[in-house]
Write a protein that binds this ligand. Structure first.
Ligand SMILES: [Zn+2]
Ligand SMILES: [Zn+2]
Length: 444
């Protein structure tokens, strides 16, 4: 296809999205008004399926407990557009569900406008015959890493192996046939028209830590007890003493919380529990910091003669963006809107996403888009620019798909990049190797 033809097709794609603009805004708002947590997104999935079917696409449902996908176009699938379905818990948010505290304070509802909007553009422009392959539109559950007791139940019931929806998507082979994946994410306190398309994020390992001592009367006979809370606080302080050894360039973040510290104030605590993430820019740096954290946690048990059980579960892998897709994306930002700026440089964000896992197996992008006021996850987070939050990204995504699916040189570069990524089996080995279980015993 000539560049002129691709430009004409992209104009039709944008016109089709403009025509359905109000439907896309209404869909996003309806999802924000009915927030559901990860692997529970039943109504949200139904809304996406209705939208897919309204476009004449066949939807496959319950792809990862919840979620759905639909394919558009002829031939094998080349690209995938992902959108996250889940909300998070922040009862302070004005739109929070009064019962569950769930709210869309991470802007995932805008991702669904992008996902469905890109499909609206391609279907509405009748683009299939002009594209060199099909596109998978995938509504993915459970990006937020929370509600873990419920997810542990799903693991025990054999429904999932991993806590992240995209990790499951990879494990189940849904991305085996595609060459690249794109999605968008709400920017954190970016009310103006700016998009950050080229950046990296931290990976992490999740930790559950249990100190066990022995209860005793806290006033009359503390010498007969082993204080698990003391072991935990010493362990926490020993973790803090590691911080000066973390290199700035590794962007290490260790943020433990104490989730159990005793049951009655007149009894020496026999059990104390912590949860923590250990994050860093590379998997190597995560593992290095994690070794120091384990050593530090163990020292608390050693000091008071308690036992400590450390359970590690795979978190998310670092996100790496693909230069060919970033370039095509940025060119289409300029094509779609002349008032949107692209962030300079290549920032590193110390947070994490399971899109990181996807970019370890596939070339991909995960641009942060403006139009949102307040930090993500905070009570202040809200949409302030509907056009920027819901409509512009859908046009950019659809036009980027057109460019990548009509340009053999770009597709060849992406396929070469894909071959250098982890295979599904290599990916699974890597994340499974982060699941460990150890106990150190210092009790008599
Ligand atoms: Zn979030
Ligand atoms: Zn998010």
């Amino acid at each position: 296809m000539s560049a002129t033809d691709a430009t004409a097709l992209k104009r039709r794609v944008c016109a089709a999205i403009d025509e359905r603009r109000d439907d896309l805004v209404a869909l996003a708002e309806s999802i924000a008004a009915e927030p559901e947590l990860g692997f529970k997104e039943v109504e949200t999935t139904r809304k996406v399926v209705d939208a897919f079917e309204g476009l004449g696409l066949d939807a496959e449902t319950e792809i990862v407990v919840t979620g759905a996908r639909a394919r558009y176009g002829d031939g094998p699938a080349v690209g995938a557009v992902l959108g996250e379905l889940d909300a998070l818990v922040n009862p302070e948010h004005p739109d929070a569900d009064p019962e569950t505290g769930a709210c869309h304070a991470c802007g995932h509802h805008a991702q669904i406008a992008n996902l469905v909007g890109a499909a609206v553009g391609l279907v509405g422009a009748d683009a299939a015959d002009e594209l060199g392959g099909a596109v998978e539109f995938v509504a993915v559950p459970a990006e937020e890493y929370l509600d873990l007791d419920y997810r542990r139940g799903l693991v025990e019931a054999g429904e999932i192996e991993f806590f992240g929806g995209k990790q499951e998507l990879i494990r189940r082979g849904y991305l085996d046939d595609v060459d690249f994946a794109t999605m968008i994410h709400a920017g954190s306190d970016v009310p103006h028209r700016e998009i950050t398309s080229d950046f990296s994020t931290n990976g992490f390992v999740g930790k559950s830590v249990t100190y066990r001592g022995r209860e005793a009367h806290a006033g009359a006979a503390p010498e007969e007890g082993v204080n698990a809370l003391n072991a935990a606080t010493l362990g926490l302080n020993a973790v803090h003493a590691q911080r000066e050894t973390f290199r700035d360039e590794d962007a290490v973040r260790v943020h433990p919380i104490l989730t159990r510290g005793g049951d009655g104030v007149n009894v020496v605590p026999s059990e104390a529990r912590l949860e923590a993430y250990v994050r860093a820019r590379t998997v190597e740096a995560v593992l290095d910091a994690n070794e120091k954290v384990d050593r530090a946690l163990e020292s608390g048990a050693m000091a008071v003669g308690a036992d400590v059980a450390i359970e590690d579960h795979p978190g998310y892998l670092p996100l790496r963006t693909d230069p060919t897709i970033v370039d095509a994306h940025d060119e289409n930002v300029a094509f779609v809107a002349d008032d949107v700026t692209i962030t300079e440089g290549r920032p590193h964000l110390a947070g994490s996403t399971d899109m990181g896992d996807v970019t370890q197996v596939l070339p991909g992008i995960h641009p942060w888009v403006g139009g949102f006021e307040g930090s993500v996850h905070s009570r202040e987070f809200r949409v302030v620019d509907e056009e920027m939050a819901y409509v512009v990204p859908a046009k950019v995504t659809a036009c980027t798909l057109v460019d990548l699916l009509t340009d053999d040189a770009k597709l060849a570069a992406i396929r070469e990049a894909r071959d250098a990524k982890l295979s599904t089996d290599e990916y699974l080995d890597r994340v499974r190797s982060m699941r460990t279980d150890s106990t150190a015993t210092y009790s008599d």
